[in-house]
Design a protein around this ligand. Structure first.
Ligand SMILES: Nc1nc2c(c(=O)[nH]1)N[C@H]1C(S)=C(S)[C@@H](COP(=O)(O)O)O[C@H]1N2
Ligand SMILES: [Mo]
Length: 451
């Protein structure tokens, strides 16, 4: 196993917050024990004695992420919340480190959102259990049985519903007159998103093999054990209910492969759900059980935290289809050299394909006063937009002078949804579905002014 580049080895590049460096050291400790190859060998040896499919990893049970997450590529927002940095997405080489991803994000650079340590699963003893009153032949599937079924491969964006949550005001509209309502938990900026080529079986084929008859709702439950004092016994399994008409669509998959490899442990090994176009909070990882019901199943467990609540929502509303969003391929407050700059980014929508993207730039004229530097300009899309898959875009920004700038991108999808102004985004308590064209701060200085 090769040690991956970590900013803490090299003080010559961009400064990092001390907490970032600390976080990668911790991840490396966990990785060296619980890396991809080691636990497999351990599981091989202990197979005969161990029939449990989920055993607590002894490596570092307090770290909710198994793989290495070097601070060069990730920002740790919370334990288990590893945000993808946008700088390396766009840049072939920064400080000698490989970046400049193609349309797909490499598996070891994909953002991670875990509520607990991923369960340590042996796929030879693991079973996917199907039950519920809409099944005429309830049964379990082995990993090999799923692999033997016809497979489907799809390129899809994966976007946490709470991506960009940090950009919501922390007080609801009305401010001090209202109860303090925190916005979400993880203060994601733009990087709780990625795209991969997912391989798996159609959920509808699996349901059919268990004799599904007029299902109405389907509940997917994960094997991770999440500590939460709000539930009986102090723990809860992650779960998501989806209507059968969504589950039976051709592009709803039970996924076992990601970018040509087995699904990594942090991304749901051995099996996760993919509901094309829906926000990723619904993509249950480490699947263990699927309940197929003839009746509506009310949202329960952590799913109730993934609903729109707040002054604008007298009754809680589900979030399903992902909002239209976009991001620029730079980290915040990075310093660029003056001259001709090409701004690049990516845009995506859960409602389908992207129609167009506009980019604008403001400059700090005097403290607190931003003036338009480049009015909204239509970006060039670098490929034909596909439904539920992000599209790359670029726009020239010529003759840039030294200064402090902020860059905004505003995408429109083919369904007609447009990213609103930040002040027009409807506030909700859990920080879901923020999609304003929030500005990204950039600094332009001649290299000679750099210390
Ligand atoms: N079992 C389980 N599934 C889960 C989660 C989880 O904590 N446990 N997190 C969800 C959330 S909020 C997101 S955004 C995605 C993240 O997927 P990733 O870590 O593969 O990027 O998984 C979803 N599926
Ligand atoms: Mo998430």
């Amino acid at each position: 196993m090769t040690r991956r580049p970590d900013h803490s080895e090299d003080g010559t590049d961009r400064p990092q917050e001390p907490s970032d460096v600390e976080c990668s050291r911790r991840s490396f400790l966990g990785y060296s024990v619980a890396g991809a190859t080691v636990p497999f060998l351990v599981r091989e040896a202990s197979l005969a004695a161990d029939t449990d499919t989920t055993t607590e990893s002894p490596a570092d049970a307090t770290n909710f992420v198994v793989q290495a997450t070097p601070s060069w590529y990730f920002i740790q927002r919370e334990n288990g919340s590893q945000e993808m940095k946008w700088g390396p997405v766009g840049h072939a080489v920064i400080g000698g480190r490989p970046g400049g991803y193609g349309e797909l994000i490499p598996n070891d650079r994909m953002y991670i959102h875990n509520r607990a340590r991923p369960p340590d699963i042996d796929r030879r003893t693991w079973r996917l259990k199907l039950n519920g009153d809409a099944l005429t032949r309830p049964r379990s599937f082995t990993y090999d049985e799923l692999l033997a079924m016809p497979s489907v491969t799809l390129k899809r964006t994966i976007d946490c519903g709470a991506n960009c949550a940090a950009f919501f005001p922390k007080l609801p509209p009305g401010g001090a007159d209202n109860r303090w309502l925190p916005v979400g938990y993880t203060q994601w900026h733009f990087g709780a998103v990625g795209a991969a080529e997912w391989k798996g079986v159609r959920a509808k084929d699996v349901l059919a093999a268990a004799g599904a008859d007029s299902p109405v709702d389907v509940k997917f439950t994960g094997l991770d054990v999440i500590a939460d004092p709000g539930f009986p016994g102090g723990t809860v399994h992650y779960s998501q209910v989806a209507p059968a008409d969504k589950v039976l669509k051709d592009d709803t998959l039970l996924v076992y492969g990601m970018n040509g490899q087995d699904l990594p442990i942090d991304h749901g090994y051995p099996l996760r759900l993919l509901l094309s176009g829906w926000v990723a909070v619904t993509y249950v990882k480490w699947l263990g059980e699927i309940e197929v019901s003839k009746h509506r199943i009310p949202p329960a467990g952590l799913q109730t935290n993934h609903m729109l609540t707040g002054p604008a929502y007298p009754t809680p509303a589900s979030v399903s289809v992902g909002p239209v969003r976009s991001a620029i391929e730079h980290d915040r407050e990075i310093t660029l050299a003056p001259g001709d700059i090409t701004l690049r980014g990516r845009a995506w929508s859960g409602a389908g394909a992207i129609e167009s993207v506009d980019v604008s730039v403001e400059k700090l004229a005097s403290p607190g006063r931003w003036v338009t530097e480049m009015p909204w300009r239509t970006a060039r899309l670098l490929s034909t937009p596909e439904p539920y898959m992000w599209v790359r875009f670029e726009v020239p920004w010529p003759g840039v002078k030294p200064g402090q700038y902020r860059v905004m991108s505003r995408a429109k999808d083919k369904a007609g949804n447009v990213q609103p102004r930040p002040e027009d985004v409807v506030w909700n308590q859990h920080g879901l579905a923020y999609n304003g064209h929030y500005p990204l701060d950039l600094i332009v200085l001649p290299p000679s002014d750099m210390p």
